[in-house]
Structures are given as structure tokens and as C-alpha cells.
Design a protein. Structure first.
Length: 433
């Protein structure tokens, strides 16, 4: 299935292309058509399945319809309730991402733990989509500041969690403040017990959608860690891996945009079909690069974390971490770009000694050791760093602390790596900053 068959407005499909999405996920394919038709839905699907877009695209379609009809109302048309502030922020980001080409889209969040002032200002102004946690929204309703009389679509995201957190009365109260003829869409891992009863109260002839297998489901991802003695050794390892026959397509991550361009140039000179992808490139070029990857004109893509978020190309057989991520959770996002659509994938991390602090944090975050590997003739000469303090990084440093080495950075005195009995194409110096 493609996004075209969903008949979404052109401004939405454009945003999806910009995000790099090739096709709808299972929950999107199942939920978007009935949601567009105005049906109430009870949807079960896991986080990571693309569920946010499955309600946000229909929500944005409503906003677009009102723009075209030039209807002016006060108060939002769409209300999304989420259990936590973090989820509300994620949903708001999805609204702005998918709605980036919707003219003058106005999205506001109303969540606990932040001052009332800005929220009140947002609630007073014209608004399309309101994303809120139930507790704080109740406060604003009580003071008469939140207007819910024009709500056309109510979304309850992670309803089971909201009920676990004791929000049942708040949710009922909020729903009562919205028009009875609204569309209601409810997402929950389960619809047993009290969640099911709430659904019975709030939804009208809902369609039940259950997506157990996700398109996002990962096949087996094998992980390997290669220690490199220095930058030249790391390049030699990369070059060796890229010549392996088992590489259908490789996604190579660098820490910075500059590194991505530099490495893509170097690999291009070596004869690889390669391009770089990062946020500093114009959107048109980014789209063409992604197209080149999908059509297999490119075999190697050198990318930064942000640019690679939306990449869903099942033929990526290898993810190679050439520069480590800045945050340990990005490691998980990165390796998830392979092993798509049930295939197997290989995630290779090339680390220098100064990266040992980040490797340690990644392993702690994933609660897994990344198995070490070597390549014959390219074995490291220096002993494996202990899973311990990298220079300047205390053992057990707080997540988010800056890793000891980021990007290439000039390293004075770094000598080219010369393994015994093996020659390799010279990587050249690290790119200057
Ligand atoms: P969600 O389940 O909504 O939290 O989405 C999980 C991740 O999947 C997010 O990073 C989305 O950007 C991404 N995503 C959503 N829809 C698609 C799609 N059709 N193709 C590829 N990635 C997607």
C-alpha cells in the first residue's frame, strides 16, 4: 500500500515525503481510511508502530477542510489527550512535522509542570489542535479559559495509561465539555475492563482495530563492536566492511554534517556509489538522495542522526557507526534502520579508545554487551579499553554527558594505522573543523 491510496491532501503527502516515509505502517493503513470517514475507533498498536500519524493525518485533514471552507471558529477543532507531558510534546512535534505545509497551522500544548501564562495566551488565540494532559486541561476548563465547544475530533492516546494514572473522571469531564457529535478515537494497549467501559461511554459504534504485527517489526539485528587503534585504522575497517559481498546497502553514521560530507567524498573517490544526507542540505536534494537509496542507485549513505530518523528502506543490510551518537538512545534508533520488514541486519560500531565512555553508556542503556569482533589482518594492536572512564568522563557518567570524542576533530600527532602485513587505502587527515 502507498500513501497515494489513502487520498490524503497534497500538503500532507508532501510532508510525509519530506519525512522520508515510503509507505504507511500497518496501523496507518488500517486506521486512516475509517478515521477520514469520521468513524469512531478503538485502536491497539504499540508505540513505534506509527500510531501518532494514524490519528494526526486525519486530524490535519479536518483542519485543512476548515481552511478550504474558510470557516472561522474560536477554540480548537481537534483535542488530543495524553497521559504524560513527554508524550504530549511528541504528539505536538508530530503535528508540526506532518502539518508543516498546512497554512498557518496552530498547535498548542497544555501540560502540567509549566507556567500557566503561555498556555493561557495560546488558549485565547486562534487554535487548530490542542494537545493536553487531562489534569492541566481540567484546571483551564474550570477557570473558563479552555473552549472545547468546537471540537470535532477527540483523541485519547494511551487511554489505559491515563486510566492507570487516575484520570478517568477528568477524561469524562473533558469529553462532556466537547460536542456530542464529535468523532472519538481511542488508543490503548487493551480494551479490557475499565478502558473498555470508558470506550463504551465515549464512543459511538466504534470500529475495532488491532495491529499485532508491525511493519516496524525488526528481524534479527546482529551487533558487532570493532575497536580501532586510531582514525586511520577506523577508516581501514570501514573500507574493508564496505567491500564485503553481504552488503546490499549500508547506512554509515557520522557525528556531524561536516564528517558526513567528508566521508561521502572519500568513499566516492574510492568508487562507491555513495551520497551524504544531513539537515544542512536543501530538502529537494535530501529527497533525491533518499530516492536514490530506495531505487538502489546508491549503495552507501553517509548520514547524521537527525536526517536518518525517517529512513525506512528494507534493503539496508548494514548500519555502520563510524562516529558514535551523542545520546545512547540514538544508538537504538540507528541500528533499527536495518533488520526492517523482518529481514536480518548487521549493526557494526567502530569505536576508538576515546569512545569507550559512550560505548559503556550504550551498553548500560540497552542492557546488552555489544559483542566484540575483529577482521583478520586488521586486528587492533592496542588492548581493548576497559569499560571504564574515558578521558574526562567519570565512570557511570550521567546520561547526556558529552562523550570524550565527538566527530573527528584534529588529533595532533595521530599516525596512520599500519597493520602488519596489510596495506589499505589511506584515509587522509581528519577533516578540519
Ligand atoms: P509512533 O508509533 O507514532 O511513535 O511512531 C514511531 C516512529 O515511526 C516515529 O519516529 C515516526 O517518525 C516513524 N514513522 C511513522 N510513520 C512512518 C512511516 N509511514 N514510515 C516510516 N516511519 C514512520
Amino acid at each position: 500500500m502507498s500513501f497515494e491510496t489513502l487520498n490524503l491532501h497534497e500538503s500532507l503527502t508532501r510532508a510525509l515525503t519530506a519525512a522520508g516515509y515510503a509507505a504507511p505502517t500497518d496501523v496507518q493503513a488500517a486506521a486512516i481510511p475509517p478515521a477520514l470517514a469520521g468513524q469512531d475507533l478503538m485502536v491497539s498498536s504499540r508505540t513505534g508502530s506509527g500510531k501518532t500519524a494514524s490519528f494526526m493525518l486525519p486530524a490535519l485533514t479536518r483542519v485543512l477542510a476548515s481552511r478550504l471552507a474558510a470557516v472561522k471558529t474560536r477554540g480548537p477543532r481537534v483535542l488530543v489527550l495524553t497521559p504524560t507531558r513527554e508524550l504530549a510534546m511528541q504528539v505536538a512535534k508530530a503535528a508540526s512535522d506532518y502539518g508543516r505545509y498546512v497554512p498557518g497551522l496552530r498547535v498548542a500544548t497544555v501540560v502540567g509542570g509549566v507556567p500557566y501564562g503561555a498556555q493561557l495566551a495560546a488558549l485565547r488565540g486562534p487554535l487548530d489542535i490542542l494537545i493536553a494532559t487531562p489534569g492541566r486541561l481540567i484546571d483551564h476548563l474550570g477557570s473558563g479559559k479552555a473552549m472545547l465547544g468546537n471540537i470535532e475530533m477527540l483523541v485519547l492516546d494511551e487511554a489505559d495509561r491515563m486510566l492507570d494514572m487516575g484520570f478517568i473522571d477528568d477524561i469524562k469531564h473533558i469529553a462532556q465539555a466537547t460536542p456530542a457529535q464529535r468523532q472519538t478515537v481511542m488508543y490503548s494497549a487493551t480494551f479490557a475492563g475499565h478502558v473498555g467501559r470508558l470506550a463504551g461511554e465515549l464512543l459511538r459504534e466504534p470500529q475495532r482495530i488491532e495491529v499485532s504485527s508491525q511493519t516496524e517489526a525488526h528481524g534479527d539485528i546482529e551487533q558487532r563492536l570493532h575497536w580501532a587503534d586510531d582514525f586511520a585504522h577506523k577508516n581501514a575497517l570501514l573500507d574493508h566492511i564496505l567491500t564485503e559481498r553481504s552488503v546490499d546497502q549500508a547506512l554509515v553514521f557520522t557525528s556531524t554534517q561536516r564528517d558526513a560530507d567528508w566521508l561521502a567524498d572519500r568513499l566516492h573517490e574510492m568508487g562507491h556509489k555513495v551520497a551524504s544526507l544531513h539537515g544542512g542540505m536543501p530538502q529537494g536534494r535530501r529527497n533525491r538522495v533518499l530516492q536514490g537509496l530506495r531505487s538502489q542507485h546508491l549503495r552507501v549513505l553517509v548520514a547524521t542522526d537527525v536526517a536518518a530518523r525517517g529512513i525506512d528502506v528494507p534493503t539496508i543490510s548494514h548500519v555502520i557507526n563510524f562516529g558514535l551518537p551523542m545520546k545512547e538512545e540514538d544508538y537504538v534508533h540507528r541500528i533499527g534502520r536495518t533488520g526492517r520488514a523482518g529481514r536480518t541486519g548487521l549493526a557494526v560500531t567502530l569505536a576508538e579508545r576515546r569512545d569507550s565512555g559512550m560505548i559503556h553508556r550504550i551498553q548500560r542503556y540497552t542492557t546488552q554487551r555489544i559483542p566484540m569482533a575483529t577482521i583478520e589482518g586488521l586486528e587492533p594492536k592496542r588492548a581493548e579499553p576497559r569499560p571504564a572512564p574515558a578521558p574526562g568522563l567519570p565512570y557511570g557518567a550521567k546520561p547526556g554527558a558529552r562523550p570524550a570524542g565527538k566527530g573527528f576533530g584534529p588529533r595532533p600527532g595521530g599516525k596512520p594505522f599500519k597493520p602488519a602485513g596489510k596495506t589499505y587505502s589511506k584515509a587522509g587527515p581528519r577533516p578540519a573543523r
